[in-house]
Design a protein around this ligand. Structure first.
Ligand code: PGA
Length: 241
């Protein structure tokens, strides 16, 4: 595992974009796994800038998002599809056939999650998975206690996660109770993983994930078992490392 400590989230976004762009230059048809949340917003802005200034061509990449709320239509302002469309797909001119995200309104959720794993495999597997980390160590929506061998599945969100995400909704009652997420094994099957961690509120969980025992109590700790992981943390998040 390679740890890169940067001064602040802005510097982290620049460094992360360099790594993603390097991946795409080495393999223009890269398959990228992508997160939502506050953490990757700066990275997506950097990628949009790089597309506009023709430093990178994203026209051959495929993207697979980590997760989506279950029950929200893609047009909903809080869906992860909308988040991705606003922050990455539209600014980078990605075509609908390039982007994948589980459908939160699929009538048969089990069929949807199975088809998602199959689509990742058909695309050749994830070349680079970008991740954030939840305050409880979750990666995607894989909450503590998730089977490390899990593939894309439907999850019940913990109270902790719903509270953390309530900032994007009018009230916590509006935060969906369920989601679809790539499983821990789906994530670990990526050839390379880039995890971004910013802010002092992530310092303890990041320390536990990287230096503590590999345990289902901290899903991000399974990254210790992956051969190609880069972690970019700002000084606040990396304070204990
Ligand atoms: P955040 O979420 O980027 O909004 O902090 C990270 C996560 O929950 O994975």
């Amino acid at each position: 595992m390679k740890l890169i400590i940067v001064a602040n989230p802005e510097a982290g976004a620049v460094r992360a974009a360099e790594i993603v762009i390097q991946q795409i230059k080495a393999k223009p048809a890269s398959v990228l796994g992508l997160p939502t949340g506050g953490t990757p917003v700066g990275l997506y802005a950097q990628l949009a800038k790089a597309v506009k200034t023709k430093q990178v061509d994203l026209s051959h990449v495929k993207t697979f998002n980590l997760d989506e709320y279950y029950g929200l239509p893609k047009e909903d302002a809080q869906s992860y599809y909308t988040f991705m469309n606003v922050n990455l797909y539209a600014p980078c001119g990605l075509r609908p056939d390039q982007t994948h995200i589980p459908s939160g309104t699929a009538p048969d959720a089990e069929a949807e999650v199975c088809a998602y794993d199959a689509a990742i495999s058909k695309a050749g597997g994830l070349d680079l998975q970008v991740l954030g980390i939840g305050g409880n160590g979750h990666i995607g929506f894989n909450e503590p206690g998730t089977d490390p061998k899990s593939r894309t599945h439907v999850v019940t969100l913990t109270q902790n996660t719903r509270e953390a995400n309530a900032r994007f909704f009018t009230s916590i009652g509006e935060v969906p109770t369920h989601a679809m997420t790539m499983g821990i094994q789906t994530i670990l099957d990526a050839k390379a993983i880039l995890m971004l961690v910013f802010g002092s509120n992530k310092a303890d969980i990041l320390f536990d994930a990287l230096k503590g025992p590999v345990s289902i109590e901290n899903p991000a700790s399974f990254l210790q078992n992956h051969p190609d992981v880069i972690v970019i943390a700002d000084q606040a998040a990396g304070a204990r490392l």
